[in-house]
Ligand binder design. Structure first.
Ligand SMILES: Cc1cc2nc3c(=O)[nH]c(=O)nc-3n(C[C@H](O)[C@H](O)[C@H](O)COP(=O)(O)OP(=O)(O)OC[C@H]3O[C@@H](n4cnc5c(N)ncnc54)[C@H](O)[C@@H]3O)c2cc1C
Length: 381
């Protein structure tokens, strides 16, 4: 059996790795170079989600992230900072409390806190404006470049043919619609399965097979700042869920800050504006200044980062065999890095067994949008 993986980001290399553990020939096509897409922008890993389906993807992925060095021989530099979510509205606090109960039932020891209790983890938090919080000590950051490299080397070692600088330009199907091959910029490849792991380009790749999926490339911008107050590297990622402001330490001197200060901006993944403007920068600085005492007029902006989220209408991915021989593993809406290990294993199961046992993927079918059966992920960063 032969499988073609389209895209050499973390999802593509994870799929290639797990597929090549089976008796399968795998070719991975990356039109640019490995990691040229969104992978690399953020290595945040968390279990604090509002849907059980996402928590399960996190739990299954975290098993791999925790033991990554044993399995892949690469130290991905774990930074166990924890994540702290804060609610201004009673409604949001009640949802956080329910999320924590659900997460605890699934086996993760996250906790619901009062804002005062939250200051134990984030001492400069302006706690008085909040009514509730949730915290997970196990949420963390790792280095996404090292993780990508670990998966890519292991996939190559297990036989995956990694073709960088080669674009998939067409998908061939027989009269019944089953996938039979792909056209690439270096020629035709006969194949039994195509795995679409094209991140922000996923909609275009799905269209090659006549599939319409609601995945939109959307700008996600971050600022790297030197805070007014020195801040410990161990601070959690701290997020005002109702306001959208978020910060986390990059190292002992630099903090990453951002916010949902406007409607999400859709962009062309091949030509988007990578610089940030002054009004956006000011809004983000104001948001984090309101959130905690690490920021103020003396905060210095050092740099900005603009990448793309592959966003779906409910902020949940699509993981399914959409037509015979074509698997979508797309639309991760800002959580594709952390969920790549589970996704790779699920995709491998879909190819080998035709069904997934690692997690119930019915929540990730694309038909949920037409059926009106979506559940928005509330804890959207
Ligand atoms: C600023 C920012 C911060 C983030 N922080 C986090 C975080 O903390 N935690 C987290 O889990 N996630 C985070 N994310 C989201 C995460 O980066 C993505 O969900 C993840 O990288 C998706 O991986 P991917 O492999 O699906 O896509 P990508 O990494 O985008 O890879 C897709 C690849 O497909 C290739 N491709 C496209 N079309 C073709 C074609 N026709 N032929 C061949 N190749 C093709 C592209 O060149 C690209 O390299 C963040 C994203 C951004 C932008």
């Amino acid at each position: 059996m032969h499988v073609t993986v389209v895209g050499g980001g973390i999802v593509g290399v994870a799929c290639a790795y797990y597929l090549s553990q089976e008796d399968i020939d795998v070719t991975l096509y990356e039109k640019s170079r490995l990691g040229a897409g969104s992978t690399g922008y953020g290595g945040g890993i968390r279990t604090q989600y509002s849907t059980p389906a996402n928590v399960i993807l996190s739990i299954e992925s975290k098993r791999v992230w925790d033991d990554f060095e044993d399995e892949f021989g690469v130290d991905i530099r774990h930074r166990p900072t924890g994540y702290l979510f804060l609610a201004r509205e009673e409604d949001t606090a009640e949802k956080l409390r329910a999320d924590v109960e659900m997460q605890n039932e699934l086996g993760v020891s996250n906790e619901f806190l009062s804002p005062e209790e939250a200051t134990a983890y984030c001492p400069e938090l302006h706690a008085e404006q909040f009514v509730g919080a949730s915290y997970s000590p196990d949420d963390e950051f790792v280095d996404p470049h090292l993780a990508l490299q670990g998966y890519a080397d292991a996939a190559r070692g297990a036989g995956t043919d990694v073709r960088e600088g080669v674009e998939v330009t067409a998908v061939y199907q027989d009269e019944g619609g089953t996938v039979t091959g792909v056209e690439t910029t270096e020629g035709r490849q006969v194949t039994d399965f195509v795995v679409n792991a094209a991140g922000a380009w996923a909609g275009d790749v799905a269209e090659l097979a006549g599939i319409n999926i609601p995945v939109k490339p959307t700008l996600r911008r971050l600022l790297l700042v030197e805070p007014a107050e020195s801040s410990p590297e161990t601070l959690p990622l701290t997020m005002d869920l109702d306001g959208g402001a978020v910060f986390y330490p990059e190292d002992s001197e630099v903090m990453v800050i951002s916010g949902h200060t406007e409607t999400l901006v859709e962009a062309d993944p091949d030509a988007y504006q990578s610089n940030v403007d002054l009004p956006w920068t000011t809004d983000v600085l104001e948001g984090v200044t309101e959130l905690a005492g690490y920021f103020g007029p003396d905060t210095e902006v050092r740099d900005s980062i603009t990448g793309l989220y592959a966003l779906t209408p409910d902020q949940n991915p699509i993981i399914e065999e959409s037509i015979p021989g074509f698997i979508n593993a797309v639309g991760f809406s800002g959580h594709g890095f952390m969920h790549a290990p589970a996704t790779g294993q699920i995709v491998s199961e879909l190819v080998v067994d035709g069904t997934a046992s690692l997690a119930d993927v019915s929540e990730f079918s694309s038909s949920r949008f037409e059926r009106g059966a979506t559940t928005d992920e509330q804890n959207f960063i």
